[in-house]
Ligand binder design. Structure first.
Ligand SMILES: Nc1ncnc2c1ncn2[C@@H]1O[C@H](COP(=O)(O)OP(=O)(O)OP(=O)(O)O)[C@@H](O)[C@H]1O
Length: 320
């Protein structure tokens, strides 16, 4: 192996998803990055590869920055796949007609969204907003067009993702998600669908860490995990519904009317939570609550009847 490994770095992970986790980064001369995560001793030692995203400079401590800066610049100039600081969702010319129907629910929809930002999708009832979320989440296959979860807009090597791969990379929280809780405890709700058979300790520890991270990220860590989710307040039910998706570690979160049916206090709470989440996730929200969401919206689109999407300058949107 002719790769010269740079010194390993360690920096505390300053994000709400992985509290108390130390991150050890090694980057070879080709710019390929290996990330090892380790938890404090009381959680037992564990490590895994966690993709190839560059750590952002601001997240590294001073010593790590000194080591990291020259390595990062080598990686960037060599143009490797590790240069993924600006992951983008790109939707190009997507049309959707349900199988066996002539109705066009989405008509040549195109848009993109930068990583770690929040896009707002609004429009009249029946215009096709939920349909678009279903297509983005891989629950329906576009009749035409392509959806990319790409690296950047000029990267010609990125591949379109079929519905199967989309559903693995996208988490959808439908309207009134608490109506679909299936189990009698918070923890069962979170791990629903996980294999109970696995004896692989690394996989088990990875799953445990994901669970802890999701619970912490939505502010449920103070609650007993054996609590019945139906006994949670409305706002906390929404938090749990978000955690159910976050635990799958999706790259993009799609939320259909996350404020619907909540009182003012819970609504403000959810807006605050989304504001924190978008520091780590790319989020698309379908909502009619433009004013409440406006402070955290980075990009906005209006869906018109017939599934026609137009991007809106956000400043003019909020004054409507
Ligand atoms: N399988 C289907 N076949 C035909 N039409 C459908 C199908 N599914 C949904 N529709 C229609 O597509 C249109 C768009 O529905 P969709 O639920 O996406 O709208 P929406 O903008 O999310 O509405 P709302 O704000 O009320 O949730 C509606 O007129 C709906 O009746």
């Amino acid at each position: 192996m002719n790769l010269l490994h740079a010194p390993s770095m360690s920096s505390r992970f300053e994000n709400p998803f992985l509290p108390h986790v130390r991150r050890h980064v090694t980057i070879d001369r080709t710019g390929r990055e290996r990330v090892r995560l380790s938890t404090p001793a009381e959680w037992k030692s564990f490590s895994c590869n966690s993709g190839n995203e560059f750590p952002r400079r601001g997240k590294l401590d001073k010593a790590s920055r000194r080591v990291y800066a020259p390595i990062a610049s080598v990686a960037r100039t060599e143009g490797t796949a590790s240069i993924q600081e600006t992951d983008i969702l790109q939707v190009k010319g997507v049309t959707y007609r349900p199988p066996g129907s002539d109705a066009t629910l989405l008509d040549n929809v195109s848009f993109s969204l930068p990583e770690k930002s929040l896009g707002l999708l609004y429009g009249p009832s029946g215009s096709g907003k939920t349909t678009l979320l279903q297509v983005l989440g891989g629950l329906a296959t576009p009749t035409n067009g392509t959806i990319y979860i790409g690296n950047n807009s000029t990267d010609s090597t990125k591949n379109p993702h079929g519905p199967g791969s989309l559903s693995a990379r996208v988490g959808i929280v439908f309207q009134f998600p608490e109506r679909f809780f299936l189990t009698d405890t918070i923890v069962e709700e979170l791990i629903f669908g996980w294999s109970r058979q696995t004896q692989d300790p690394v996989l088990r520890q990875t799953q445990t860490l994901k669970l802890q991270s999701a619970v912490y990220a939505v502010g449920l860590s103070g609650l007993p995990l054996d609590m019945n989710p139906r006994n949670l307040s409305d706002g906390y039910k929404r938090r749990l519904a978000l955690a159910v998706q976050l635990v799958r570690m999706p790259e993009i979160m799609l939320l259909d009317e996350p404020l619907a049916g909540l009182d003012w206090r819970a609504r403000a709470d959810v807006v605050k939570l989304l504001s924190a989440l978008k520091k780590e996730k790319t989020i698309i929200v379908v909502s009619h609550d433009l004013r409440e969401l406006s402070p955290i919206v980075d990009r906005a689109w209006q869906m018109e009847m017939g599934g026609v999407l137009t991007q809106q300058p956000w400043t003019s949107t909020v004054t409507k």
